[in-house]
Structure formats: C-alpha cells, structure tokens
Design a binder for this molecule. Structure first.
Ligand code: SAM
Length: 285
C-alpha cells in the first residue's frame, strides 16, 4: 500500500537540492554531442500545483522555491535551474524530476521514468505528454528499483540514474543498496544519484539509516560524493531538517560545480542554512 504523495512536499528545500543535483548531471551530459539515457526510478506525478490543498496543508514550498522568487544568482547552474523553474512559476507550479529532465532532453536523448502509485502514474503520463523538451520519453508503471536493474545497461550506456524513494519503511534503505549493487554489476559506468532525508526525532529519526546507507555505498569501489543541504537547525521537533544526495561515479568537477551553487544558494534559504560537499570515496583517474 503506497501512501506517500509528493504533492505535500513539492518545491521544498529537499526538492531544490535534489533537482539542482539532477540538473548539474544533465548539464554535464549535454556538454558532449553524444546521446544519453536517464532513468528516474521514483517519478511521482511529474508537476505540482502550489495552489493545491496538499501543497498548502504543509506549506513546505514557502520555505523552498518561494524563496527563489526574484533571485538573480551569478552561479551558472543556479541560473539554469531558475530558468527551468520559470517555465512553470507563472502558473504557480513546480516541476518534479521527470519534467525537469524531460524539458532538457535533446532529440536523441532518452528518459525512462518509473512510478508505482496508480494515481501518481496517471498524472505523470499526462504531464509528460505536455513537456517542453524534444527527447524520447518512456513512462513505466512498475517498481522503480526492479525496473532499474531490468533496464541496466541501457543503450547507449552514457547516462545517469536518479533514485528518490519515499523511505516510508526502514527496509527501503537496504533495497536501494541492493538495487545499486545490481545496477553497477550490469552498468559500471552509471552515474547514480541517491536522495535521502535527514530527519529529527519527530519524523522518525532515520538519519542513522541514511548515514549507514551512504557508508555502505562508499565501500562499493566507485567514486562516491556526498552533498547535503541542512536547511534548518536540527532539534527533536524539526521534522526533515535537511537532505542529501549520494553520487556514485560523479562526473568530473561536479563537486566544485555544486559547492559553488550551494554557497550562493544557502544564504537565500536562510541564515541557518548550511551545506556539505564531501568525498566518501575518491580515486583520481
Ligand atoms: N522524484 C520525484 C521528484 O523529484 O519530483 C518525487 C518522487 S517521490 C519522493 C517518491 C515517489 O515514489 C512517489 O510518487 C511514490 O508513489 C513512488 N513510489 C513508492 N514506491 C515505489 C516503487 N517501489 N517503485 C516506484 N515508485 C514508487
């Protein structure tokens, strides 16, 4: 039984971190004139109205994307991300990871999106039909981790994966590790981004699980970069005070690119906001 719905959280600080990382990876792939494949294992419903009852029940977007209104950053990645948001901001909508990627594809690039919630999948399919990019888009009503392994390696094998589960149960952390291992056996060059929450006691304090997952991933004999955004001070009652993205096989200079973006972004999200960009495993090639 799937109960998580991303409409309550769309446009919050965690989405900003995740989507900035996803945009950074896609930008790097587009620097070469060779096609690529993207796989988004947990797509959600694609695009979110910030006028919806769900969005306004939590109001999380007000501490996220709303703080980026009238922001004119210098950093090129932030400029690109704000341009992607601007396509939807006039309608008070927020583009999720599948729409962000779909809008950036070139004609020979491909995107595979998986989603298992029937209602979210129906929305996703409709939204992807209206996307503003030009690549090949495939939506799959299936388990995202099982689908990732089944589609690995895609042809061409140049590409990236976003894994963004709801982590409703503690077993999802181990399921992610297992799927990443299987994916890398078949597709060792995959750039894989795994999003994870940093939660206080009120929200179930699964930060230990997130840290343990990153440590396990760092021992897989691949370069692993950890990027975290700590949007709020942590106390027992904060809920989700931050989040992170664990990158496997990150593209060259992604660490510098994201450090520069987050350095300019954090003050905009609040004086308490901090970021960390740390190599958990790094072998120079
Ligand atoms: N990646 C999206 C974005 O950034 O816009 C948000 C995804 S949301 C955090 C997680 C989604 O995973 C939910 O829509 C949920 O229905 C879906 N989901 C849960 N379990 C799943 C599974 N086993 N396979 C695929 N999707 C699943």
């Amino acid at each position: 039984m799937l109960s998580y719905q991303h409409g309550y959280h769309a446009g919050n600080h965690a989405d900003i971190l995740k989507h900035l990382c996803w945009q950074a990876v896609i930008n790097r792939l587009k620097q070469k004139n060779k096609p690529f494949n993207l796989i988004d294992t947990h797509g959600g419903s694609g695009c979110y109205s910030l006028d919806s009852e769900q969005a306004n029940k939590t109001g999380e977007y007000k501490d996220g994307v709303v703080k980026l209104d009238q922001f004119s950053p210098q950093d090129p990645l932030l400029v690109d991300y704000l341009a992607a948001l601007a396509l939807y901001r006039n309608n008070n909508e927020y583009p999720g990871s599948p729409v962000l990627a779909a809008d950036l594809l070139r004609a020979n690039d491909a995107l595979h999106v998986m989603e298992l919630h029937p209602g979210e999948f129906a929305n996703l399919k409709g939204v992807l039909k209206r996307h503003k990019g030009q690549g090949q888009i495939h939506s799959h009503f299936r388990d995202g981790l099982e689908g990732l392994v089944a589609l690995s390696p895609p042809k061409p094998n140049r590409g990236a994966v976003l894994i963004d589960p709801p982590y409703e149960s503690r077993s999802e952390y181990q399921a992610v590790i297992n799927a990443v291992k299987e994916c890398l056996k078949r597709w060792p060059q995959a750039q894989i981004l795994i999003w994870y929450p940093l939660l206080s006691a009120r929200a179930g304090d699964k930060t230990g699980e997130s840290e343990a997952m990153c440590q396990t991933l760092s021992r897989l004999n691949h370069n692993v970069l950890q990027v975290e955004l700590l949007a709020q001070d942590k106390d027992a009652d904060t809920g989700m005070y931050g989040s992170g993205v664990c990158f496997i096989n990150p593209a060259w200079q992604i660490d510098t690119i994201l450090t520069n973006s987050l350095t300019e972004l954090c003050p905009r999200l609040g004086t308490q906001c901090q970021h960390n960009v740390v190599w958990l495993n790094h072998t120079e090639s």
